[in-house]
Design a protein around this ligand. Sequence first.
Ligand code: SF4
Ligand code: SF4
Length: 443
Amino acid sequence: MQLEMLAKTLQEHGIVGAGGAGFPTYAKLDQRADTIILNCAECEPLFKVDRQMLEKYAFEIVSGLSLIADAVEAERAIVAIKPSYRGAIEAVKTALAAFPKVTISYLPEIYPAGDEVVLIYETTGRAVKPGEIPISVGVTVFNVETVLNVYRAVNEGVSVTHKYVMVAGEVATPSVLRVPLGISMKELVAHCGGATIKEPAYLIGGPMTGKIGSSSDLVTKTTNAVILLPQDHYIVQRKTVKANIGIKRAMSACCSCRMCTDLCPRNLLGHPINPQAFMHGISQNRVFDPKPFLDTFYCSQCGLCEMYSCMQGLSPATLIDAYRTGLRSKGILPNKEEAEFSGVSDKRKYRSVPVSRLVKRLGLTKYQKEIPFTEEELTPKRVMVSLSQSIGAPAIPVVKKGDKVEAGMCIAVSPEEKLGVALHAPISGKIQEINQQYIVIGK
Ligand code: SF4
Ligand code: SF4
């Protein structure tokens, strides 16, 4: 398929990165790429979605990957996967025969192997420089579910109306479900037999990069998991620290041990982010040296410094995010062209964090179990579809209150000349409400 035609198809069928970032996929198609990578690292503890999807839909996903590589005229496409995902690897090997451009590359069982900068280095040996994006080294990375959506849009004319979501933790029947967009977490948990504890915390996303949300949060095109945990669980405690409290704790307890910097995956790849220097700067009021503060823009928010490295229980990642947000809101940005690249550290291989050790540190061993993949259809009576589910401009409704819609029908389009994608009805029904944030569809 021609590149322009593919881009138009993906935009019209509402395809965005399903792994969490939500960047419109059509805008990632770039002919400067000589290599396309399928990211099946799935390094967030407990996650078992991508590997099961790849095992079940290996032909479709490898075909979608090959289709993208052909459209951008890339020389090769690589399935980047960990050796322990045996079922998925066998399925991919069987599918590869029909796609000579596609090969498999094995990743180390470390966190965060799925961070694009880490993934590209592990897969190709190319180092993305600080402030640059993957295409600067001729690579584009795609998520597993995104590529399945590309295949379905091109070959079956199917738009994005559903999302694969893992429901895990303190829930009766942990499962991976394919659910309509706009359904609530409460409904998902109820479908999995309900919570096994009273008043659980709702972790939306992965244990490392997710946020504490609530039962009323809604599934969007980037929701990949909801994990129920006790309120006093280590992860919940770490993720609910307020920035002002985090600063006070840093002032009283940061001993400048450097563990956060020594294990920082981006620092080890030569990027200037230095959480120890940043924590020293804020805890000692060293405001005359702006460098550690400006370098916060080179943090990937992987969470390792906060959730794993710091033995004092401090919050470098949370504070880095808060400072960076504050600087950005004042229009203060680093000059990325002058960012220092110190080269990949030769200590990197000794300082990588195995996922198995991370699971223990996070107190997740109890929840590490088989999480079956089911495609049983959920049929909610009502969905609230957000108009803003991805990076870019919100979609513009093309329906009005009282209209009848069929599942899969386009209900909002992307604004012309702006980054964005269309939205489609997840269920059949009547438009009950439209406001600036949502389209509500009811049966
Ligand atoms: S690991 Fe913790 S105590 Fe050590 S320098 Fe970093 S923030 Fe400070
Ligand atoms: S969250 Fe911490 S460990 Fe991760 S990139 Fe940022 S500073 Fe480094």
